[in-house]
Design a protein around this ligand. Structure first.
Ligand SMILES: Cc1cc2nc3c(=O)[nH]c(=O)nc-3n(C[C@H](O)[C@H](O)[C@H](O)COP(=O)(O)O)c2cc1C
Length: 344
């Protein structure tokens, strides 16, 4: 599957953009684990054009993580056009992605993100303006099925975005009104893919948490790629699990020690790239949600301690306790730990 000239291979699995999660360290880790492409968290176009430092920092990418997509959001055509140029100048991303799906009030309520599902002409103007502004960079978009169940517009919208020059479309199988409730509905995603007028790659997203479901999404809905978000929390090796399964290879993810070491590496990378206090804050919530710890007797208390840890020594101390528990009672880990304990 290709986006522009970027070849992502057969049935690629992508890391979803996630605010405060998909920073450079996590993206690198997920690439090492087999993600075919990774996305930055969304960056505000309004902040970028004011050259706000915190937002410019989010544009930092490194060559080892390529191919990488940087995502921007906003409701204003001029700001999005200008922000797109800034992103390309600063980060030279392999792909520039437009966020037309964020449901949270502070974004959608102001007419950006999923708010643009209520103003399609504006969304299309943004798409056209950005495509024109960065001619050497493929521009893609990520959106939802529609604003609510009475406005499931994705089938028409996909064609309209394609006509604007968008080079791939990611569809999260929920409406804005659903936020993250209920189950993602992949049927409309499949219908977009089957539309003979659609020739751009369609990337399906929503609720993929097992290799079996990943394959089903490819087989049943015919999508060109899938994108995984929440299931990566505390389980970055999910990319390897899915990859092995799709490629018909024996599982290469190793035992408890290997997985704990991957999580330790995630902590160290986060701390190295930020600082100890903020680096720990950044990862501990996701670590505590790891499916690796599911089923450990009386884990609640240990989990609370993890969520309160403020130093690497504290966090690693708790992880070593967990290692001992897991080794002394291997039956406490479900053979295929699939769901993490993350709640929005
Ligand atoms: C913590 C969090 C932050 C997110 N931030 C973004 C974002 O910045 N841009 C975006 O397009 N989607 C964002 N999303 C949505 C995800 O990319 C994805 O569409 C959604 O979680 C559904 O996929 P999943 O079921 O695999 O998690 C976010 C989701 C979560 C849970």
């Amino acid at each position: 599957m290709k986006i522009g000239n970027i070849d992502l291979g057969e049935r690629p699995v992508l890391l979803a953009p996630m605010e405060d999660v998909t920073d450079i360290g996590f993206r690198l880790l997920c690439r090492q684990m087999g993600a075919a492409m990774v996305y930055s968290e969304f960056v505000s176009s309004d902040a970028l054009i004011r050259l706000v430092n915190k937002s410019l920092e989010k544009l930092r990418v490194c060559d080892d993580e390529r191919p990488v997509a940087v995502q921007i959001y906003g409701k204003d055509v001029d700001a999005m056009r200008e922000a797109a140029r800034i992103v390309v100048d600063h980060a030279r991303p392999d792909v520039l992605d437009l966020n037309f799906g964020c449901p949270v009030k502070k974004v959608a309520g102001k007419g950006a993100g999923a708010g643009l599902l209520q103003n399609v002409p504006q969304m299309l103007s943004i798409a056209r303006a950005v495509v024109d502004a960065v001619p050497g960079t493929p521009v893609t978009a990520k959106t939802r099925l529609g604003w609510d169940m009475n406005h499931l517009i994705i089938e028409d919208l996909a064609e309209q975005l394609q006509d604007c020059g968008i080079q791939a479309l990611t569809i999260h199988g929920r409406t804005r009104s659903q936020m993250y409730t209920g189950e993602a509905d992949w049927e409309p995603i499949g219908r977009v893919k089957r539309n003979p007028r659609i020739h751009i790659p369609i990337i399906g997203n929503g609720d993929i948490a097992t290799p079996e479901r990943a394959r089903e999404c490819f087989d049943r809905y015919g999508v060109d790629a899938i994108m995984v978000g929440r299931a990566t929390f505390g389980r970055p090796w999910i990319f390897r699990e899915i990859r092995d399964y799709l490629d018909g290879k024996p599982a290469s993810t190793e035992g408890i020690d290997w997985k704990l070491d991957v999580l330790r590496q995630q902590v160290l990378t986060s701390v190295e790239r930020i600082d100890e206090y903020r680096g720990i804050l950044h990862v501990r919530r996701h670590l505590a949600a790891s499916p690796l710890f599911k089923g450990i007797p009386n884990f609640r208390e240990t989990r609370i301690r993890m969520l309160r840890a403020e130093t690497v020594a504290d966090l690693f101390g708790i992880m070593e306790e967990i290692r001992d528990i897991l080794h002394s009672s291997p039956n406490s880990i479900p053979p295929h730990a699939e769901q993490n304990n993350y709640e929005l």
